[in-house]
Write a protein that binds this ligand. Sequence first.
Ligand SMILES: [Fe+2]
Length: 273
Amino acid sequence: MTENTGPVVEDDETFDNSHVLDPAATQDSQETISAEIKDIHDSASGETQPRVNFPPYRSSLLRHPTKDMHHTDPETIELWSPAFGHRDVHTLESDLTVQGNGEPLGERMVVRGRVLDGDGRPVRNQLVEIWQANASGRYVHKRDQHPAPLDPNFTGVGRTITDDKGFYEFTTIKPAPYPWKNHHNAWRPAHIHFSLFGTDFTQRMITQMYFPGDPLFSLDPIYQSITDQKARDRLVATYDHNVSTHEWNTGYYWDIVLTGSNRTWMEGDTDAH
Ligand SMILES: [Fe+2]
């Protein structure tokens, strides 16, 4: 998806509608989608992870798993999987604004936070990868063909390793919302995709970070596929003036909790946007 020499991250952002159960579904109105979301939320309670079958998210109907997951023996996997160390990740890979010949356009921002386990302990030496749209809402991806400009100085991908206190930090450009074909006039709230690998590939987790106050939250069937408000809130970063720096960048803070009751929402196989 990119000519960047950094991480190769799987990204299935797509704007064709071949995966939609019924192509006519893309003509559904926002009112139809919002009413379906409300009905589901009204009958739900205490679910902190997204439903894999969430009909307002149209393509989840065909793509959600219908059988139990295949349980892999982690000890066998660990014999074969590559391991990541500090030498594999260059410090510049966490700065998405220095990957081109010039500076990318848009609002320069830093996002910082910690990766924590369910008891609040830092998770050290964790590979954290991100990918995102640019300041126009466009991904560097052949399947993203909606009419917004690419930025030759922005690939939208980066990675880093958490430090001894579990902190990660990325310098990037604030992504914009973008359209998708779930329904008529459907727009994703601005977000950054995060991937964490844990200690082996069987533990890979993918989630999304959002920005505070986004007016698209209530309309978005992916964000709303988590029926618990507090669990949704945990996906939203906080504006942090201590992360902002004078005349250079705005700052956001966002912790990722891997386990326990405050676990951050992690995507299943069905989520791609
Ligand atoms: Fe996305």
